[in-house]
Design a binder for this molecule. Structure first.
Ligand SMILES: Nc1nc2c(c(=O)[nH]1)N[C@H]1C(S)=C(S)[C@@H](COP(=O)(O)O)O[C@H]1N2
Ligand SMILES: [Mo]
Length: 255
């Protein structure tokens, strides 16, 4: 992170020199302007990571109202899990489920669903965009990932979180995904256990799925069993940070 911080500081200094306080204060609005994004994306002195920090660090994905909720929300990718242990847990309403948080953390933790439900939570109505060309608006409630990570304590070497899922997609390997710490600590990044006011159903990823609202659908890992903090995902599965990334999709799938 330190090189990002340094470049961000020099970017901000440059920004201040160019546009002063208005530039910085209007950053969130500007970041939504396509021409502004285009200007930044052409600036040779700005790395891709720094653009992401500056453009999206604090900005929230758009939130909608109850009236905007989709009457049908497609379930996509895996819509069930073959693993018999998972199926037994589903029969018991996931009362035996426990989420593991391990890897580069100070206090490896295992959390029951009821414990997750007692953590600081957030409810948000957002639009889910799938690369396959469909979108749907849903209401999600879940534990905010940031405070949870603070309580387990990330080690200084941690740079990414890997979400290990219970399902296999077709005959292939298990689904997994990863995000960086910018997205991990973003207020809208939650481990969702409710969808549209009811416990998450199996087709939508029960008992918990990730919501990382500024990215495309495939980043929103369903059936999350384990969160692993890592310094690099190069040694995990195909090495590109996700099931679909290993098959050619972008790792950062910004909307
Ligand atoms: N574990 C797991 N997570 C997954 C998938 C999957 O197949 N397995 N599919 C992804 C894709 S491509 C999309 S669009 C969304 C679909 O979420 P939904 O079923 O709630 O619509 O989940 C994502 N997360
Ligand atoms: Mo998707």
């Amino acid at each position: 992170m330190s090189s990002d911080r340094i470049s961000r500081r020099s970017f901000l200094a440059r920004g201040a020199a160019l546009g002063g306080a208005t530039f910085l204060g209007g950053c969130d609005q500007l970041s939504r302007s396509p021409s502004f994004r285009e200007v930044l994306s052409k600036a040779e002195w700005l790395t891709k990571n720094v653009q992401r920090l500056v453009l999206t660090e604090r900005s929230l994905a758009r939130e909608y109202s109850e009236a905007d909720l989709s009457t049908h929300f497609k379930a996509n990718g895996s819509t069930s899990v073959a693993d018999p242990i998972y199926q037994a847990m589903a029969k018991n309403g996931f009362s035996d489920f426990a989420l593991s948080i391990d890897g580069l953390v100070e206090r490896p933790t295992s959390l029951k669903l009821e414990e997750l439900r007692r953590l600081p939570s957030r409810t948000q109505i957002t639009r889910h965009d799938c690369v396959e060309g469909w979108s749907a608006i849903g209401k999600w409630t879940g534990a905010q990932l940031g405070p949870l990570l603070q309580s387990v304590g990330l080690k200084p070497e941690a740079r990414y979180l890997v979400f290990h899922c219970a399902d296999k997609l077709g005959a292939f390997s298990k689904y997994y995904e990863s995000i960086d710490l910018i997205d991990a600590f973003h207020p809208q990044t939650i481990l969702a256990y409710d969808m549209n006011g009811a416990p998450l159903s199996v087709p939508h990823g029960a008992p918990i799925r990730l919501r990382v609202e500024r990215q495309l659908g495939y980043k929103h890992a369903k059936y999350v069993q384990r969160i692993e903090a890592v310094s690099s995902f190069a040694m995990i599965e195909g090495g590109r940070g996700g099931f679909w990334e290993d098959r050619g999709y972008e790792w950062y799938a910004g909307i």
